[in-house]
Ligand binder design. Structure first.
Ligand code: FAD
Length: 154
């Protein structure tokens, strides 16, 4: 088994941060973040999921601990986001977002139902989420994306 897939070295970090991007530039900037991230994350054996919603970013990064921290430090220094807060970090058994090298999605109105169900809150405030709640939310988004892709491929 390679070091990359070993459960001994796999780490996951979940953080939230505020978008620091003009609304008119959001699509362009998110597209640019995703393009660069796909390239960098592949090279660093990092997988994850990025949620872009209501002025916030919520992202899980998973991979070798050192690579995850190096990537997170780069994100911290990126002026397109601010007030980053780590919601959870530590060893992980398995990759939860292995098929999602990098995804971004501003959730649609329909998808907002997930947030309501999960947190029963009117406001999306990822800074207040526990690590477990953030993980549940990201996994639900992953599920929505999987179903969307499945129905699109039919
Ligand atoms: P380049 O893309 O060549 O960029 C060079 C420098 O310019 C970097 O310091 C970069 O931050 C800065 N820069 C580039 N475009 C802009 C811009 N429009 N405005 C201001 N500064 C800019 N990177 C990853 O590798 N993996 C991730 O998972 C990841 N997730 C991210 C999530 C969020 C919410 C944000 C805001 C950024 C994320 N990034 C991610 C991007 C990361 O912050 C760095 O921009 C990127 O990793 C730098 O890649 P690079 O060294 O190849 O440099």
């Amino acid at each position: 088994m390679s070091a990359i897939s070993s459960s001994r070295t796999l780490h996951r970090l979940i953080y939230s941060s505020r978008q620091n991007i003009h609304a008119a530039d959001l699509d362009h900037e998110v597209g640019s973040i995703v393009r660069v991230s796909i390239r960098n994350n592949r090279a660093a054996s990092i997988t994850g999921l990025l949620l872009v919603h209501a002025g916030w970013f919520l992202q899980a990064l998973e991979g070798p601990a050192e690579q995850v921290m190096t990537t997170y430090r780069r994100i911290l220094g990126d002026p397109r986001n601010a007030e980053a807060r780590i919601l959870g970090a530590g060893p992980a058994q398995d990759r939860e977002f292995a098929d999602w090298n990098m995804c971004a999605r501003r959730m649609s109105d329909a998808d907002d139902a997930i947030l309501d169900t999960l947190e029963r809150r009117e406001l999306f405030a990822p800074h207040t989420l526990s690590a477990a709640s953030a993980m549940r939310l990201l996994k639900s988004v992953r599920g929505v994306q999987e179903r969307t892709q499945l129905s699109a491929s039919r």
